[in-house]
Ligand binder design. Structure first.
Ligand code: HEM
Length: 456
């Protein structure tokens, strides 16, 4: 075959993963999507197709996929609209950050950047610690067995409510959680059938979530005078942008935008913090080192902006290691915006694509003994996560988590306070975490710890 013949050959389609008759790989993927993608990556390489839930999905995975997302070619080849459009329609909104690409995406990101970043909590670290402590004293009572994910959900609403929106809607936690559960399961990840959206449980929760969003708008209008810059929240930024440019942020989009911190932050942070409780309690040597670190930190008195990221290498190592092993975003969902070739395989315009950016988290070539919980991987000397494409808990490319800087510091603060304050243990030292996969992967809702007392 001549070189020109080779050039004119179309690239092959990604191989089809062998599955069971009729259901394909549905069961294996539903059980543990992260491990399923790793298995397929080992067996088939960085591009493959899987039959799940009656559909064929194209998956591109590994460091190759993570790197691709950050390139110009990746940006031009991948589109977000289809994945998130049903959510947008459900909220009656005209556009949303996660569903847009290009200039409109940039404009929306600019409006929300400050409010979602760690700048939004500048100078408020001691206040947030207090909120965290109060939440622990309320929901983690000595002598009780505490459901960790749910307790963390309340804690996160306390924190995000005060920091990002200026009010704490504890009474709405269940409604927010139910709405997110149905929307993500049915409309975004499409792991559950559409008829579920007609169930009274969902309809009631959605109505309450809308009530919350409208109340937040009303509260903003009821506030007297100009809020000084240092007290402005995401809500102020969104409302000001709405007033200055109603074409960009029309009335119809406000409810979705007001409640967006919860949609983006509630399950992500609650699941991650719950997983950190498990990994650290499961490793007494790490727990001991974390105790030494947080006790020394709080013995010094009030904390400042730098403290949590610089003075807690073991705790931050435990957080990063947990996010490696229990990523809440196993894959990102996109649509092929055009025909393109990835790693020698033909991807066709309009195909739904899963980008398995968490696959490298489990590869020996990046993380020796990948199943071992090793909090020192992230030290300056080892920096295993700095290898290209190896670590993507916050996603990749232009949709990378806008709340990343805020999430990093909130995670460190929350876990510092949790391990400083609580004397608690797993049901048994042999307990092995059960996980759920829908809507967001994380510890199962029945994961419990026993609170023995308070350390301080
Ligand atoms: C453990 C904590 C968190 C993790 C692991 C996480 C992870 C992610 C990931 C993977 C994405 C990209 C999704 C995609 O590309 O399709 C994302 C996007 C986003 N996250 Fe987070 N997130 C976390 C917490 C938060 C918090 C606390 C907020 C704010 C309250 C937030 C706000 C956002 C926003 C606004 C986007 C959309 C960005 C865009 O489309 O341009 N996240 N997050």
């Amino acid at each position: 075959m001549s070189a020109s013949d080779t050039l004119s050959q179309p690239a092959p389609r990604p191989p089809m993963v062998k599955g069971l008759p009729l259901i394909g790989s549905t069961l294996e993927m539903a059980k543990n999507p992260a491990r399923f993608f790793v298995r397929c990556y080992h067996d088939y390489g960085p591009a493959f197709r899987v039959r799940v839930f009656g559909n064929t999905l194209t998956v591109i995975a590994g460091a190759e996929a993570a790197t691709f997302m950050g390139t110009r070619e990746g940006k031009e080849s991948l589109r977000s609209k289809e994945a998130w459009e049903p959510l947008m329609q459900e909220f009656g909104a005209s556009k949303m950050l996660t569903a847009e690409d290009g200039d409109l995406h940039k404009q929306l990101r600019t409006v929300m950047k400050r409010g979602f970043s760690k700048d939004s909590i500048k100078g408020r670290y001691n206040e947030i610690l207090k909120i965290t402590e109060e939440s622990l004293l309320r929901d983690w009572l000595p002598g009780n067995e505490v459901g960790v994910v749910q307790a963390m959900q309340y804690l996160v609403v306390d924190q995000l409510g005060s920091v990002l929106t200026g009010s704490v809607p504890r009474a709405y936690v269940k409604d927010i959680r139910t709405t997110i559960l149905y929307i993500l399961n049915v409309l975004v990840t499409r792991q559950r059938p559409k008829f579920l959206m007609h169930l009274p449980e969902y309809k009631r929760a959605k109505k309450r979530m809308f009530e919350l969003g409208r109340q937040m708008v009303a509260d903003y209008h009821a506030r007297p005078g100009d809020t000084p810059d240092e007290f402005k929240t995401l809500i102020d930024d969104v409302m000001e942008a709405h007033q200055n440019d109603p074409a960009l942020i029309p009335d119809s989009d406000l409810v979705m935008l007001m409640t967006s911190p919860y949609v983006a932050g509630l399950d992500t942070v609650a699941n991650t913090t719950a997983a950190i409780v498990y990994t650290v309690l499961k490793h007494p040597d790490v727990l001991k080192r974390v105790h030494e670190e947080v006790d020394a930190l709080f013995a010094k008195g009030p904390v400042n902006e730098e403290t949590f990221m610089k003075d807690l290498p073991v705790l931050n190592g435990a957080i990063m290691e947990t996010m490696r092993l229990y990523p809440i975003a196993v894959a990102q969902i996109r649509t092929a915006a055009k025909d393109f070739v990835f790693q020698g395989y033909q991807i066709k315009e309009g195909e739904m694509i899963y980008l398995g950016t968490s696959v490298p988290h489990f590869l020996e070539e990046f993380y020796p003994n990948p199943d071992t919980f090793d909090v020192d991987r992230y030290s300056k000397e080892r920096a295993e996560h700095m290898q290209i494409g190896s670590y993507s808990p916050y996603g990749r490319g232009h949709h990378t988590c806008l709340g990343k800087s805020l999430a990093e510091v909130l995670l460190a603060m929350t876990m510092a306070e949790v391990f400083y304050k609580l004397d608690f243990e797993l049901e048994s030292p042999h307990y092995v975490l059960k996980t759920k996969t829908a809507p967001t992967p994380g510890p199962a809702m029945n994961f419990k710890v026993r609170v023995k007392g308070y350390r301080h």
